[in-house]
Design a protein around this ligand. Structure first.
Ligand SMILES: *Cc1c(COP(=O)(O)O)cnc(C)c1O
Length: 383
């Protein structure tokens, strides 16, 4: 039975981490070595130096490649390092079209370092394929998609983006951090590069910062491998092992967290004091049907809008179960304040244009009982 034939749930248990070939150990050993013996320099072994390759890192890289259905995976020191590596496939003078409410760090790197380097970016509302098509220029080389988006959970049509990309020969890059391959596999829909902040749901325990990239083709794999080796922002063996361990429970965690997120989103929708709830599993969400077509769930992140920044800060300071912090995807629920945290790098007027108001809070629903979570939010809102 090849891994190709097995269910993704089974893959999360076995991919990249079948028993250790040398000892039969049930878990991939952490190969904590920076260099590997080369007694015959003309015939080096599989490994020579830790930046270029490490068996524990490679186990994780092959796991994510199999889960995403790509040819090869790469593990980086953070999600931002993986994003940087994919953008380095482009060159000065190129133009990229990115989702308007993209992750704050991606917005920052595109508008600072890559801008200085000569890469131009247009930020477009990708729920509108007509606007994306209209933004294509002769220099456009790539689409940078994120769906569901952050923090407003907007849904972009992957098929429509693929059509535009094929028509104009654009590279398709997607940040798949929120859904994970358990819910959405963009390479199966023709995307070229899938990126992850593995810090979030893949790791799943808020104990490790990591990034991953997967490519659809061997040519892209060869180029990303070169960038990873040259720039050197590789993931260490200990952290690679932690992400591998997290992946083993990905399916059960996501299923449970998603069920709770649905319950929490539905309950919050009827609460006084909450203007709006953004969650693709809600009947009122404009992208709900589209999301159901291209992914197998709405995920475990939602956001909701309170009256203003004062109330939002009050809630943040009063919650007892939810961790008031940046990040998401952990076993514990995390409540964040996008205006000051994930999207602080975005100028206030840009934030406002994108609908990221001062009253907006983002909730990553963890594995607690949803009733306890709602009680916590209720006391924080009405104390
Ligand atoms: C956190 C996050 C990133 C950045 O990842 P790091 O691991 O923090 O570098 C990128 N994209 C999304 C959607 C994220 O949530």
């Amino acid at each position: 039975m090849t891994h190709k034939d097995i269910n993704p749930r089974t893959k999360t248990i076995h991919c990249g981490q079948d028993r250790d070939p040398f000892t039969g150990a049930s878990s991939m050993p952490i190969y904590q070595g920076s260099t590997f013996a080369q007694p015959d320099p003309d015939h080096p072994g599989v490994y020579d130096y830790g930046r270029s390759g490490n068996p524990t890192r490679e186990a994780l890289e092959s796991a994510i490649a199999e889960l995403e259905g790509g040819v090869r995976g790469f593990a980086f020191a953070s999600g931002m390092a993986a994003i940087t590596a994919s953008l380095l496939l482009l060159k000065p003078g190129d133009h990229v079209i990115a989702a308007e409410d993209i992750y704050g760090g991606s917005y920052r790197i595109l508008t600072t370092l890559f801008k200085q380097w000569g890469l131009e970016t247009s930020f477009i509302d990708m729920t509108r394929p007509d606007l994306v098509e209209a933004a294509v220029r002769p220099q456009t080389r790539a689409l940078f998609v994120e769906t569901p988006s952050n923090p407003l959970l907007k849904i972009t049509d992957l098929e429509a983006m693929g059509l535009i990309a094929r028509k104009h020969q654009l590279l398709t890059i997607i940040d798949n951090t929120f859904p994970t391959p358990w819910l959405q596999r963009p390479i199966e829909r023709g995307f070229d590069i899938v990126l992850h902040s593995a810090t979030k749901f893949l790791g799943g325990h808020s104990d490790c910062v990591a990034g991953l990239a997967v490519t659809r083709t061997d040519d892209l794999a060869r180029r990303i491998k070169g960038i990873q080796n040259i720039t050197g922002s590789v993931l260490g063996p200990q952290d690679s092992w932690l992400i591998l361990r997290g992946i083993r429970t990905l399916a059960v965690r996501m299923d449970a967290q998603q069920r709770s997120a649905q319950a929490v989103a539905e309950a919050l929708s009827s609460w006084p004091g909450i203007n709006k709830v953004f969650y693709p599993g809600l009947a009122a969400h404009p992208g709900r049907e589209l999301n159901e077509r291209q992914s197998s769930g709405a995920g475990a992140v939602l956001s909701f809008e309170l009256k203003d920044g004062f109330v939002a800060r009050q809630v943040l300071s009063r919650v007892k179960l939810c961790l008031p912090a940046v990040s998401l995807g952990g076993v514990e629920s995390i409540l964040s304040y996008p205006a000051k945290m994930s999207h602080a790098a975005m100028p206030p007027e840009e934030r406002k244009l994108r609908g990221i108001t001062d009253g907006l809070l983002r909730l990553s629903v963890g594995l607690e009982d949803p009733k306890d979570l709602l009680e916590d939010l209720l006391q924080a809102l009405h104390k």
